[in-house]
Design a binder for this molecule. Structure first.
Ligand SMILES: Cc1cc2nc3c(=O)[nH]c(=O)nc-3n(C[C@H](O)[C@H](O)[C@H](O)COP(=O)(O)OP(=O)(O)OC[C@H]3O[C@@H](n4cnc5c(N)ncnc54)[C@H](O)[C@@H]3O)c2cc1C
Length: 280
């Protein structure tokens, strides 16, 4: 996802062109990568890197826009195969603030795996728009917006408990009653900062009806002037507080086109719970 941050030193397309004497180098890639499947392996990696003064990075899906999952010469912990999902229909949170269904997600679980499990079990889960983003890595540690955020809050609002390996190699649980400072920090305080998350337990919600739509407004294709185009932009954003109050969620992209400007608005509207189901 982040070729610029690894120096564009070894692009896959260069390596497969016949006759291309590509001189791939590691560039900003890690030197070592560990495909971890247990907490003990993560503890060993953290302790080894600390004791040997080796740079340590954590890689989940590689979706980080800023390339923070990579680092020159580093030891990389790859969490992809920590993909267990444990379903609890009647979860009681430590501290007693939440009682209801919850999923315990391994660090490698991706959004589509969470959505598939929620569909199977009859719930709606809070996850991102991109189905291959990792849930408990950068997504929840960065807050995490979702098509159902206007109903259920951010991704980080769903977290009930976190298991992680701290930089000193301890395996701890952070929740409302223990390690409360870390519990606060990992829910929006930035990924790869507080330790290696091995799992998070998150709330899930009753099945929620969702409807979606998208449209394009393009000066060339619709044969409209730039003035009309900008009026459409203004009309859309002027009404956005209404859309937001109606619990809409959307992405908006604006891009220049040859001969004029084009805009693409993609919106998904979400209605209240309990009216039916469509996979999110
Ligand atoms: C196409 C696309 C669509 C997106 N859509 C959404 C969206 O709808 N909503 C939204 O909120 N965001 C969205 N994002 C942003 C996404 O949430 C962030 O890029 C996020 O950082 C990705 O996390 P990751 O764990 O999948 O990726 P990675 O790149 O593997 O990791 C991201 C960061 O988390 C750290 N990290 C990973 N695993 C762990 C762990 N177990 N413990 C501690 N640190 C860890 C990494 O070191 C890195 O710093 C989108 C991104 C893309 C590329």
């Amino acid at each position: 996802m982040s070729p610029i941050f690894v120096g564009q030193t070894c692009m896959p397309q260069d390596a497969v062109v016949p006759g291309n004497n590509s001189s791939c180098t590691l560039g900003g890639f890690p030197s070592y990568s560990l495909n971890v499947t247990t907490v003990a392996q993560i503890q060993l990696a953290v302790n080894f890197a600390r004791n040997q003064h080796i740079r340590l990075v954590i890689r989940n899906t590689g979706h980080d826009f800023l390339g923070k999952n990579t680092g020159e010469g580093a030891l990389s912990i790859w969490t992809h195969h920590l993909n267990d999902i444990k379903v609890t229909h009647h979860y009681e949170s430590a501290g007693g603030r939440y009682s209801g269904p919850a999923f315990k997600l391994g660090a490698g679980v991706m959004v589509y795996e969470l959505y598939d499990a929620a569909e199977r079990e009859g719930y709606t889960a809070v996850g991102g728009e991109c189905r291959t983003v990792g849930v408990t890595g950068g997504y929840l540690a960065g807050g995490g917006h979702s098509p159902v955020t206007s109903i259920y809050g951010l991704g980080s609002d769903q977290v009930l408990s976190v298991e992680m390996v701290t930089p000193d190699g301890r395996f701890i649980t952070a929740d409302e009653t223990q390690n409360t400072d870390l519990f606060w920090a990992v829910r929006g305080g930035g990924a790869a900062t507080w330790g290696v998350v091995t799992s998070m337990t998150v709330k899930v919600h009753p099945k929620t009806l969702v409807s979606g739509m998208e449209w394009d407004t393009t000066t060339v294709a619709m044969n409209i002037t730039d003035d009309v185009f900008w009026k459409a932009v203004e009309a859309y954003w002027t009404r956005y507080p209404d859309f937001s109050a109606a619990k809409a969620y959307g992405y908006c992209r604006m891009s220049p086109l040859p001969g004029g400007l084009g805009i693409r608005l993609a919106r998904q509207a979400v209605h209240g719970a309990g009216h039916g189901s469509r996979r999110l």
